[in-house]
Design a protein around this ligand. Structure first.
Ligand SMILES: Nc1ncnc2c1ncn2[C@@H]1O[C@H](COP(=O)(O)OP(=O)(O)OP(=O)(O)O)[C@@H](O)[C@H]1O
Ligand SMILES: [Mg+2]
Length: 346
């Protein structure tokens, strides 16, 4: 379960009622830092994301979870302006109230690596193999703010220390290939911190790492979130990771946000049958109950999405689930899209 308090700042992520209107959850005390509402993304006939919405408040840790192909990375790339030019994007993404859908390439570039830090899965690809860690950090620091080279090197060592790299000064003189996978990912996180971002988006940052190192990197992200009061959006297909780390959760399925809300109640009493199925598919240490795989395979939505995307695999599906994408329902700071959700069961 999350070791950070859930719902510290009011209602959390959730789809908005209509594109362009404020996302629900806007009644919280703090204005959202990132607000996604009515977001849809299409690649030709492939509908990667449909009417998705969530918001992240300052200092909040949001986990986006869902099976492969559910639209997690496309959503992150839409926020960062990193979708290929053939992607058709509609809806609204605001960062501190500034609309990013349709924003200029220069502004989006300034946000990335500026107020928004990025951490992707492949740390080796994110680092330049022909420069030392120190050179890469120093150049990035100098590009961000004028300072002497000596001061930049000092700051680079401080950042490596912050991301818990042992002997940070020695690490400055190493090349990426001389570091372990976990250390490389820490260097990437240090790079993401250069401009003191208010938001860090991490897409599967630990997938390539072994389990112990995964835990350390997640713990690091969690402590950065707390100590810097930076918000973090962590994308993963691993619900157990989200359960341990996040305040807020958004569960994606077939490009929609099936369910979203504060982590603790969402895990204790899932409302969407897909969330419950995901939880039941988790192996539990010391629990003799066999874990249950979700029958069927995830779908790729081609053409219009005109039914609940989970219906073909859902044990609670009924005829009305095929009558369009279920409208979002909001209850107690939580939201879900299901006509036969679990809190309604007798
Ligand atoms: N550049 C692209 N061109 C065409 N289709 C794409 C493109 N990028 C993503 N898609 C499609 O969009 C859908 C969502 O993909 P996305 O990468 O967001 O999934 P994901 O949830 O991140 O999955 P994973 O857990 O495997 O990373 C998929 O059906 C994918 O095939
Ligand atoms: Mg992905």
């Amino acid at each position: 379960m999350p070791h950070r308090p859930a719902a510290r700042s009011g209602p959390g992520p959730g789809p908005a009622p209509a594109p362009g209107s404020p996302a629900p959850g806007g009644t919280g005390t703090e204005a959202p830092l990132l607000e996604v509402s009515g977001l849809s993304v299409q690649f030709g006939r492939v509908r990667a994301v449909t009417d998705a919405g969530f918001c992240v408040r300052p200092g909040e840790f949001l986990g986006i979870v869902g099976e492969s192909g559910s639209g997690k990375s496309v959503t992150a790339r839409a926020v960062l302006g990193l979708l290929p030019s053939h992607a058709r994007v509609s809806g609204s993404i605001t960062f501190r109230g500034e609309e990013l859908v349709g924003a200029g390439a220069r502004r989006l570039r300034a946000l990335r690596g500026g107020e928004i830090g990025l951490v992707f899965q492949d740390a080796l690809a994110a680092l330049d193999p022909v420069y030392t860690v120190g050179d890469q950090l120093v150049e990035a620091l100098l590009a961000h703010r004028p300072m002497s080279r000596a001061r930049a090197r000092e700051r680079a060592a401080e950042l490596l220390n912050e991301v818990r790299i042992p002997r940070p000064r020695e690490c400055l003189d190493r090349y990426p290939h001389q570091l372990s996978g976990g250390q490389r990912q820490r260097v990437v996180i240090a790079t993401a911190l250069i401009a003191d971002p208010d938001l860090i988006i991490a897409d599967e940052p630990t997938t390539a790492l072994d389990v112990t190192v995964q835990g350390e990197v997640l713990d690091l992200l969690s402590s950065i979130c707390e100590q810097r009061a930076a918000a973090v959006v962590l994308i993963t297909h691993d619900l157990a990771v989200v359960a341990e780390t996040c305040d807020q959760v958004a569960v994606f399925y077939g490009g929609i946000v099936a369910e979203a809300g504060p982590a603790l109640p969402l895990f204790d009493e899932p409302r969407h049958p897909y969330t419950r199925a995901l939880l039941r598919a988790l192996p539990r240490l010391g629990d003799p109950t066999p874990f249950e795989a979700i029958p069927g395979t995830p779908l790729q939505v081609v053409g219009r999405l005109d039914s609940c995307p989970f219906a073909p695999r859902c044990v609670r599906a009924a005829d009305d689930c095929l009558d369009g994408v279920p409208a979002e329902r909001v209850l107690d700071e939580r939201r879900h899209r299901c006509l036969h959700s679990l809190e309604a069961s007798p």
